[in-house]
Design a protein around this ligand. Structure first.
Ligand SMILES: Nc1ncnc2c1ncn2[C@@H]1O[C@H](COP(=O)(O)OP(=O)(O)OP(=O)(O)O)[C@@H](O)[C@H]1O
Length: 262
């Protein structure tokens, strides 16, 4: 059984005074336990809408969503709270998603305060320091505010914050696209390391195919709200079947043909 199963999901936005827009049309997607699954598509293809449905922030019009066999569309308030611990999201822009008035310690401790109320304060402090160390942030800096960290360090703190509540699925929405290329690789390797160590499942959304190639074992290609292709990474990257996938691949810059190279 898949950890996450999206089946026939559709969503049409109906903004008042503007034409309706179908953002998702009959989308099927699964993420198995311990699997890293990529979802690619250009801007406006519906990636964020799908993630928001998975996070239960947007109500789909039809279809089903299940997590570990549980129907997500009928969860009551308490069960939804439990689900929101099991699934954590890492956003594109850590500077925008982390409260600038909180310290790194407070940011990581927040989830523990909500979801692990039983934890004594000393154990919580210890766990926060451990988490920061795990993601490569010196715990000696834990009382600093976001403004004193770099973008890459902030994304590490965001990751520590997500991991604090021991999620089973990490939903990543373009988590490295705001970072320098050298820092991107560090954060991606950290994600792979976390998957290895904690057995995490990851649903990774990106418009950047090079990043998906580095990280994911299976890939879905979304275009105008529809999945046009799905398959193992090697197949998608070496023998794409859909012309849109080929188009996306052709748009990836080839480092060997970068200006200045011979
Ligand atoms: N709340 C909303 N009301 C109306 N239309 C919306 C709303 N949210 C998204 N849309 C539209 O739905 C379509 C899909 O948007 P979505 O944000 O899911 O795409 P995306 O692939 O994540 O794009 P991006 O990479 O630019 O974030 C777009 O055409 C967008 O304009």
């Amino acid at each position: 059984m898949s950890l996450l199963a999206v089946d026939g999901l559709s969503k049409t936005y109906r903004p008042p005074g503007r034409p309706a827009h179908q953002a998702l049309a009959d989308v099927d997607l699964t993420v198995d336990k311990g699997e890293v699954v990529g979802l690619v598509g250009e801007s406006g293809s519906g990636k964020s809408t799908l993630l928001r449905c998975v996070m239960r922030l947007v109500q789909p019009d039809s279809g089903s969503l299940a997590f570990d066999g549980r129907n997500l569309l009928t969860l009551g308030r308490t069960a939804l709270r439990g689900y929101r611990r099991e699934v954590q999201m890492v956003h594109q822009d850590p500077a925008g998603s982390l409260n600038p008035r909180m310290t790194a310690h407070q940011l990581v401790a927040e989830g523990l305060l909500v979801h692990r109320r039983d934890l004594p304060a000393a154990a919580r402090r210890e766990q926060v320091a451990e988490l920061l160390e795990t993601v490569g942030i010196n715990p000696a800096h834990q009382h600093r505010h976001p403004a004193s960290f770099s973008g890459g360090q902030l994304q590490r703190i965001a990751l520590a914050r997500a991991l604090a509540v021991a999620p089973r699925l990490l939903v990543c929405d373009e988590p490295v696209s705001a970072l320098d290329v050298s820092v991107q690789a560090q954060v991606l390797n950290l994600l792979l390391d976390m998957r290895e160590r904690l057995g995490l499942s990851i649903l990774f959304v990106s418009h950047d195919l090079a990043v998906v190639d580095h990280l994911c074992s299976r890939v879905y290609v979304l275009r105008s709200g529809r999945i046009v292709e799905e398959g193992p990474r090697e197949q998608i990257f070496t023998a794409p079947r859909h012309p849109y996938t080929r188009q996306l691949l052709d748009a990836v810059p080839d480092p060997d043909r970068a200006p200045g190279r011979v």
